[in-house]
Design a protein around this ligand. Structure first.
Ligand code: C2E
Ligand code: CA
Ligand code: CA
Length: 556
């Protein structure tokens, strides 16, 4: 692949002005020609241009520093030795020596027909550029597009030859492609991939850019800047829509139009992909642009990731407790608490879990944080026992990431042991959605927890993942109903009916029900009538500090 749209730099080195003029005249239409009249001047041009120089046309006999010396010097340098040299000579005898010193080809003096010279120059440059790139990579077999490494090399080569040209990074993904593969089989999946690849190749060619398949159903394009990519989205969608009956196939384009000159290309594409991922689950949105808002969010998140380990050591991670009340008797009784984490960040202030839990789940750091919260909670139960002579079990949140850790049961056992409390003093809240993924492993882990005496609460129940069928086989001790069911409980008949159903399901499973997000007295009364046992919510209290919680215990 030889990009003929690029005007490359070539250096003509000859001590005779007439020779420089002749060669320059031949090459100038296609190349950006630089000149030097001796070896020393040539070296300073080479040093200045570095890898931007595509070729040196080199006379041998020159004053000050001759052509052989230039070749030797270039061979010594890692960058310059990749710049091809064509020796200009009238003596056949010099050829062997030149080859030994690294010359790629010869042009005979007096000069041949201009077309021949141009063809030779072009061939040598193409050869060297191709060699450089092929050294590291290949093409993607399935699609014939550039492979990932090749792509980045070519992209930076393009940048090199077009300094200052504004480029865009574009990523293309097929949503839920693994499902497509499962539904239609791998051969059909491959067909769809090829189809997309063909569309992208054509688009890249027409728009003076390059395209690659980075992996699976991920594609990248590097294109001269344009304002809109609606046309590309449309072409792909039209193109794969007719392919079999992919009635549901949606694509997402992530576009980064803000590439700084010193951004690494990989990073520029990561950002494009990040933008694309924001619409992964959005119907009828196919394009997302990386913008300053996302940039801010990204910097914020990078900062949080950097700071979290120290934050724990510095005591910035605070655990708050939200009380749970038993409403089965005449007067509500304080019977539990949920530990909820807060981060008092020195720069961003008090952060709620919404801004960092999913981030830390993504990179596994959640484990470190959760472990800290569990320890604090266990110690807290112990303090209340000692200080008030009551046992108030604390529910801690257990992320699905935590559960994948094979040592988790042992670790939690160690935590309760170290705090000198019983496993039953900790309730483990596992969100319903965790039960939907990798069910077998989760059930095994939960079984082991229960055998050790921990109490398992299914959190956010009803948020829409588990089937009734699945529920009957799940090892749980308490159903904790998702907050949404409480909203409009009294204003909407349907909501009330839903809540009734949830309570009936719990009765069928023979587990008690906890409802969270309860804010009003009337809600408490209605839930009590339905047979709900425990309530957590602003009606009783927001999550409070250890100190404030002590008041609640004294009051009780
Ligand atoms: P969740 O486990 O469903 O926690 C309940 C959330 O509802 C808490 O929000 C709580 O403050 C809030 N809430 C409680 N009562 C009411 C009410 O009456 N009205 C309203 N509007 N909200 C109420 P928070 O503390 O912001 O926590 C959000 C989520 O973050 C939690 O949802 C939980 O999934 C997660 N989370 C909190 N702490 C931890 C932790 O230590 N580890 C892990 N893995 N996740 C945590
Ligand atoms: Ca929870
Ligand atoms: Ca919840």
């Amino acid at each position: 692949m030889y990009f003929s749209n690029i005007k490359r730099n070539v250096l003509v080195v000859d001590d005779e002005e007439i020779n420089r003029e002749i060669l320059g005249g031949i090459l100038e239409e296609h190349y950006n020609v630089l000149y030097a009249e001796d070896g020393k001047k040539a070296m300073s041009v080479i040093e200045e241009q570095g890898p931007l120089l595509s070729l040196v046309l080199l006379d041998l006999m020159m004053p000050v520093m001759d052509g052989f010396a230039v070749m030797e010097k270039m061979q010594e340098d890692v960058v310059y030795k990749n710049i091809p040299i064509i020796v200009l000579t009238s003596e056949e005898s010099a050829e062997i020596e030149s080859l030994k010193k690294g010359a790629a080809d010869f042009i005979k003096k007096p000069y041949d027909m201009p077309e021949k010279i141009i063809a030779r120059v072009k061939r040598i440059i193409a050869l060297y550029e191709e060699r450089m790139i092929i050294q590291s990579t290949e093409r993607d077999e399935l699609t014939g597009l550039l492979s990932r490494n090749y792509f980045y090399e070519y992209a930076s080569l393009q940048d090199k030859f077009n300094p200052g040209r504004r480029m865009d990074a574009v990523t293309v993904n097929i949503n839920h492609f693994h499902l497509y593969n499962e539904l239609y089989g791998i051969p059909e999946g491959n067909k769809a991939i090829k189809k997309v690849a063909d569309i992208l190749r054509k688009y890249a060619e027409e728009n003076d850019g390059i395209a690659c398949r980075s992996e699976g159903d991920n594609f990248s394009l590097y294109l001269p800047h344009r304002d809109s990519y609606e046309d590309l989205a449309k072409e792909i969608r039209d193109g794969i829509y007719f392919a079999e009956d992919v009635y549901n196939t949606q694509i997402r384009l992530g576009i980064n139009q803000q590439i700084d000159e010193d951004d690494r290309l990989e990073m520029a594409f990561d950002r494009a992909r990040m933008a694309g991922d924001t619409i992964a689950d959005k119907q009828n949105r196919f394009i997302a642009y990386y913008d300053s808002e996302m940039r801010k969010q990204q910097i914020f998140e990078e900062r949080l990731i950097r700071d979290i380990a120290n934050a724990i050591v510095k005591g910035e991670i605070k655990v708050m407790y939200q009380p749970k009340y038993d409403i089965t008797k005449d007067a509500p009784a304080l019977k539990g608490a949920e530990a909820l984490v807060r981060w008092n960040h020195p720069e961003f202030g008090m952060l709620s879990p919404g801004s960092f839990i999913s981030l830390f789940e993504e990179n596994g750091m959640i484990q470190m944080m959760d472990r800290y919260v569990w320890q604090q909670a266990a110690l807290q139960v112990k303090k209340w026992k000692d200080e008030f002579d009551v046992t108030i079990p604390i529910s801690v949140n257990v992320s699905r990431i935590d559960i994948q850790d094979p040592d988790i049961v042992a670790e939690l056992l160690q935590i309760v042991k170290d705090a000198d409390v019983a496993p039953s003093d900790l309730h483990l809240e596992i969100t319903e959605s965790a039960y939907a993924s990798d069910t077998k492993q989760l059930i095994e882990t939960v079984d082991r927890f229960r055998k050790e005496g921990f109490v398992i609460e299914m959190d956010d129940f009803g948020s829409g993942y588990s089937s009734l069928n699945m529920l009957t086989s799940l090892p749980i001790d308490i159903l904790k109903v998702d907050m949404r069911f409480v909203e409009d409980l009294l204003k909407d008949q349907k909501r009330m009916r839903m809540m009734e159903l949830v309570v009936e399901i719990a009765e069928f499973l023979e587990v008690p029900v906890t409802v969270e997000g309860v804010e009003e007295k009337e809600q408490v009364d209605a839930l009590k009538k339905l047979g709900v046992r425990m309530i957590q919510g602003y009606y009783f209290s927001k999550p409070v500090s250890e100190r404030e919680f002590a008041y609640l215990i004294r009051e009780a």
